[in-house]
Write a protein that binds this ligand. Sequence first.
Ligand code: ATP
Length: 356
Amino acid sequence: ESSPYRHEPVEDWYIVGEEIGSGHFAVVKKVVCKRSGTEFAAKFIRKKRASTSRRGARREDIEREISILQELNHVNIIKLYDIFEDKQDVTLILELVSGGELFDFIAERDVLHESEATAFIAQVLEGLAHMHLKNIAHLDLKPENILLTNRAQAVIKLIDFGISRKIEDGKNEIQMLGTPEFVAPEVIAYEPLGLYTDMWAVGVITYILLSGCSPFLGDNKQETFANICAVDFSFDDEFFGNTSDLAKDFIRGLLVKHPGRRASVTDCLSHPWIKPINDRQKEERKEAKTNLERFKTFNARRKWKQSLKVVSLCNRLSRSIKNRNNMNGDEAQEEDEEESFVLRTLFHCIEDSNLG
Ligand code: ATP
């Protein structure tokens, strides 16, 4: 098998340490480069073995994620340093981000003025502007994918380019679903996605950051989708009592059904909420406060939902065990790997959610 990636064991070059995260087909671990002593994050992506297999990432998806990461070079976007490949995994050596999720950092604060919130949103926009200039859409922007380098400097890094796409001719015919709460109307309507699809997500994230409420969240997925399609949101005084008009105007420009009329990343970067042009606007931002009390509740609920992942992993494990009858050697080995993968992820989730 020939591939442009390094066919040496990762362990020859890096000391592999603790697990720091996991996703669908990937485990992320902290590693230290043996030569330089520098720390990195290694994302071990499990390859799909057979085209019929339910597990592992498809080669074309892995290669797409890699080529997108290779094209990007910006302070607010995770950097890719090296790529290894063995029989089981493709491993990405990434810049290590150790400050956790932006939303967790904010939830620990006592007050957050709008002027501080805009500093965070501006960094998200700077990262996006770099991507959009190269016609790359992230397509999975959500709180889980906005991390901080460390808590002292609080530099934002966007991660997880697993479903990102190069957008040709301004739009892309691909169909996919991100996370219900954050997807744009065109995603639900199976219409072409584009750079504008990310801008909708920025609107939802900003709305939540300021109010602690999720603008379209319904009791179930269908209700959420219906709310999104109807662009059914408002700035309820109960939650937006301390929010500036500039901020509301910024959000209104993004939560627009028609992709062509939605604010672009450059529109956003020059919006007075992000870049005030006079003292009155600066003052307006400074006086306004985010609804941190409610935001803390929102974030706790979000964390709780993440821990529900445990339940779905348990189901996956029990399915795997049930599948064991009537299996040949190869399939049984794949099942072994599935079980150890699920168990590892499960332990990790339990650790994270304080259930353990
Ligand atoms: P998903 O299935 O959710 O799309 P994924 O398999 O594409 O995930 P990532 O989202 O890239 O994997 O990474 C999984 C988790 O690992 C992240 O949510 C994050 O907590 C952690 N992580 C990823 N990259 C880094 C990094 N460079 N530094 C620190 N932690 C990271």
